[in-house]
Each structure stands twice: as structure tokens, then as C-alpha cells.
Ligand binder design. Structure first.
Ligand SMILES: *[C@@H]1O[C@H](CO)[C@@H](O)[C@H](O)[C@H]1NC(C)=O
Ligand SMILES: *[C@@H]1O[C@H](CO)[C@@H](O)[C@H](O)[C@H]1NC(C)=O
Ligand SMILES: *[C@@H]1O[C@H](CO)[C@@H](O)[C@H](O)[C@H]1NC(C)=O
Length: 214
């Protein structure tokens, strides 16, 4: 093999590895639907089409797209809760999210669980109205801008007790250590947060998970 051929081969091989790195055999979990009205959380089997009796929140599932809506401030949660409780290993959440104006300051995905006093989560992906729609870690680091009205690929890789890595549109946008030992985590996604706008709507599709013991 000539040098050039070897280089080409190496590049292609590297790209193949890169692509293989994105694909995975999904791990299957059961999930429930949670909604919260007037500070009362209710957890029910995942419905197809749901509107709360008081009309304050809604959820629907159609052609593989899940739509989550807060319609007035009585409701502050419409979420899917994945039954993937874990206390070790590496756990991947991968899906595509789309947010719509005027959504602002709402949680779209959480790695739930914390042993720190006053904290419930290890990580939140939140949507904001700045920069034509942006995604942030909590209300801190900006992870993406110009995300209103378009599908955004989100991959969150949690190596428990080591780190959490976030990829947006397949580019690594951040990494944070996980030093909150002795906790149990699980995933949630949807819309969660006090409604400060007329409404909040987000969609998720192609959500899948992968878990390894290492
Ligand atoms: C649920 O709602 C969606 C969008 O409103 C609609 O397209 C779909 O047909 C509904 N599905 C059922 C089972 O009612
Ligand atoms: C985890 O909890 C056990 C028992 O409560 C404790 O002995 C240990 O030091 C904790 N480990 C860490 C890393 O906090
Ligand atoms: C973002 O939403 C808040 C309400 O939560 C509003 O006060 C603010 O004007 C909005 N900003 C933009 C840029 O739309």
C-alpha cells in the first residue's frame, strides 16, 4: 500500500469509527407520562393524545413526534419519565428536539437525581428565547443558538460519577464533571418550568437510550 493509499484508508477508517460511535443498539425501557398542575404531580401511562381537564397542558404523539405544551401557568410540567434508574455505568440519551416561540426558560431534558441539598438534578437542558431560541445547560452555558422552529440533534452521555458530555448537532459543546457520588439518576424529557410566556411548546422525536455497565 502506498503512503497516499494508507492515509486515505486511515481517514476513511477513522470516519467509520466516528460514525459507528453515533449509532447504537438502543436499550429499551418503559416510561410514564407526568404532568403537574397546581403543584400536584400526576404520573400515568404514556397517552396518545392528552389535554388536562383544566386545559392548562397537553401532550400528543403522532408520526413519531411527541408534542409537549404548557398552555397556562397553572401547569408547569408535561414530561416523559424514563424508567432507567441507574447508579453506575454510562448512559446515553439521544434525540431531536424542536422548540417554538415564545418558549422561554423551560427545561427540555433532565438527568434527574442529586444527593446535594437543594438540588434535584445533575443536568438540565433548557430552552430560552434569546438569540432566536437558544439551548443552555441550566441557565448557564449557551450550548446552541438559532434553534427556534428547527430540529436539533441532542446527545447526552453520562458516565456516572465521572462526567457528563453534551453534543448538539453531533458536535461536542460541553463537558462537566459528575462528582455527585452516591446518587441514583434517570432521564426525563418534555417541558418543565414555571410558565412566564403565553405558552411553551416543544417537540421531541427519535428519542432513544443506550446503557453500558462501564
Ligand atoms: C392525536 O393528535 C394528533 C395531532 O393533534 C393527530 O394528528 C392524531 O390523529 C391524534 N391521534 C389520536 C389517536 O387521536
Ligand atoms: C457513599 O456512601 C457511603 C455510605 O453512606 C459512604 O461511606 C461513602 O463515603 C460515600 N461515597 C462517596 C464518594 O461519597
Ligand atoms: C423572553 O421572554 C421573557 C418572558 O419570559 C420576556 O420578558 C422577554 O421580553 C423575552 N425576550 C425575547 C428576546 O423575546
Amino acid at each position: 500500500m502506498g503512503n497516499l493509499a494508507l492515509i486515505n484508508f486511515s481517514i476513511c477508517f477513522a470516519m467509520l469509527i466516528l460514525q459507528l460511535g453515533w449509532a447504537f443498539e438502543p436499550t429499551t425501557y418503559t416510561s410514564n407520562f407526568q404532568y403537574e398542575i397546581a403543584n400536584v404531580i400526576r404520573e400515568i401511562p404514556v397517552p396518545h393524545n392528552f389535554t388536562s381537564i383544566d386545559g392548562s397542558c397537553a401532550y400528543s404523539r403522532s408520526d413519531g413526534v411527541e408534542t409537549f405544551q404548557l398552555l397556562n401557568p397553572d401547569a408547569n410540567r408535561v414530561e416523559i419519565r424514563i424508567h432507567n434508574k441507574y447508579s453506575h455505568g454510562t448512559h446515553v440519551f439521544h434525540g431531536e428536539v424542536q422548540i417554538f416561540p415564545p418558549l422561554n426558560d423551560e427545561c427540555l431534558m433532565q438527568v434527574f437525581g442529586s444527593s446535594r441539598p437543594g438540588h434535584a438534578t445533575l443536568f438540565m437542558l433548557r430552552g430560552f428565547n434569546q438569540s432566536e431560541g437558544s439551548l443552555k445547560r441550566y441557565n448557564q452555558e449557551v450550548l446552541a443558538t438559532c434553534v427556534y422552529n428547527r430540529w436539533v440533534d441532542v446527545r447526552i452521555v453520562h458516565a456516572q460519577n465521572r462526567r457528563i458530555r453534551v453534543y448538539i448537532d453531533r458536535v461536542k459543546v460541553g463537558e462537566w464533571p459528575d462528582t455527585d457520588y452516591n446518587k441514583t439518576n434517570y432521564f426525563k424529557y418534555g417541558v418543565y418550568g414555571t410558565l412566564g410566556t403565553d405558552n411553551a411548546q416543544a417537540q421531541w422525536r427519535n428519542v432513544r437510550y443506550h446503557a453500558t455497565t462501564s
